[in-house]
Design a protein around this ligand. Structure first.
Ligand code: C5P
Length: 324
């Protein structure tokens, strides 16, 4: 009895030491860290080396980026909040009285009525090139780099023919509106940027009767494009870009800026080409000598540029500077 009483504290110390050593060797600090967190925090959001949705702890990005917003319209998501409808109708006001719901119905009896790009997955690595129309592309030799992307989004009239070495030849998407429309090949998605209901009516007309030849200016009555590849930017998405990303600078986003935010929502990696002035400070197109005015006009050009540079600093996009 006495002996066992004397031994108990020693045995107790011995057992404690064993237990400590066991815990130390079987449960290293790294294990403890990993086990005590939810695995999903560390799960990559895509299978590219870097993903847009990585590091969602960045307050600046998280404040602006709404992963739940749907960039493209379909019948199911077409209802607009009263304030959205009012804001959108105010962009390019018209005295014509048109029923939005009827126009949406007509559009989606012609064009794919789908939940586009609801396919985010840790196994997906969708690389996208957004190609703006800046003359800084000339002499850049970016053509093959641009074509290497899964998705190549071009804007308005930006041509490829004759400029392949610098801008590439592949186009999977082209963002346009009636006044900037051009013919597309059968591999290209026409993505309408609707500033007004008349633009949606023009889209219907261009694939059917061809009766709309004017908006605020003359427009093409018909264009070549595959109607099974038509998509329409959602008016609520346009307002989201204006409010969240541009903090209401300018009157509405430029086509180039909205295209980059669109890419952030449908791609895992975004490379940007053909944005910005050329080294001489001029804002020419690569395909004509017309000057573009990004500082004035309806767009918050300076603010857009600053926002793009912040996106680059945060590794959400890479801006390829161009040559000239
Ligand atoms: O002139 P356009 O609007 O067709 O150009 C498409 C987009 O390309 C613009 O919205 C702008 O973002 C970008 N661009 C640019 N610098 C230029 C010309 C165009 O950043 N010199």
């Amino acid at each position: 009895m006495n002996i066992s009483n004397r031994l108990t504290p020693r045995y107790f110390t011995l057992i404690l030491s064993f237990m400590t050593l066991f815990l130390l060797f079987t449960h290293t600090p790294t294990d403890i860290t990993t086990d005590s967190f939810d695995d999903s925090i560390f799960e990559a959001s895509c299978s590219c080396k870097t993903c847009i949705m990585d590091f969602m702890d960045d307050d600046w990005f998280v404040y602006r980026y709404d992963p739940t917003i749907t960039p493209l319209l379909n019948r199911k998501n077409s209802a607009l909040r009263r304030d959205t409808y009012k804001w959108w109708r105010g962009l390019q006001p018209s005295s014509l009285r048109v029923n939005y719901t009827e126009v949406v119905d007509q559009m989606f009896s012609l064009f794919p009525d789908k939940d586009h790009y609801a396919d985010t997955s840790p196994d997906r690595c969708r690389t996208c090139a957004v190609v703006g129309n800046s003359a800084n592309l000339l002499g850049s030799h970016y053509g093959s780099l641009i074509d290497f992307h899964d998705v190549v989004i071009r804007i308005n009239k930006g041509p490829t023919k004759g400029y392949e070495r610098d801008v590439g030849s592949k186009t999977t998407h082209r963002i346009l509106y009636p006044e900037s429309a051009v013919d597309l090949d059968n591999n290209t998605h026409l993505v309408l940027f609707p500033f007004k209901i008349r633009d949606m009516q023009w889209l219907i007309s261009t694939f059917t009767t061809g009766h709309i030849t004017r908006t605020y200016t003359r427009v093409k009555s018909s264009i070549k494009a595959d109607e099974n590849k038509v998509m329409i930017l959602h008016p609520a998405f346009i307002k989201y870009v204006y409010e969240k990303w541009l903090l209401r600078h300018g009157r509405y986003p430029s086509t180039g800026f909205i295209t980059i935010i669109f890419a952030l929502h449908i791609c895992d990696q975004v490379n940007v080409f053909g944005f910005g002035a050329s080294s001489t400070g001029t804002w020419h197109h690569y395909f004509d000598r017309s000057r573009t005015h990004f500082k004035g006009g309806p767009h918050g050009g300076d603010f857009e540029n600053k926002t793009l540079h912040k996106l680059q600093q945060r590794n959400k996009i890479i801006i390829h500077k161009g040559y000239r």
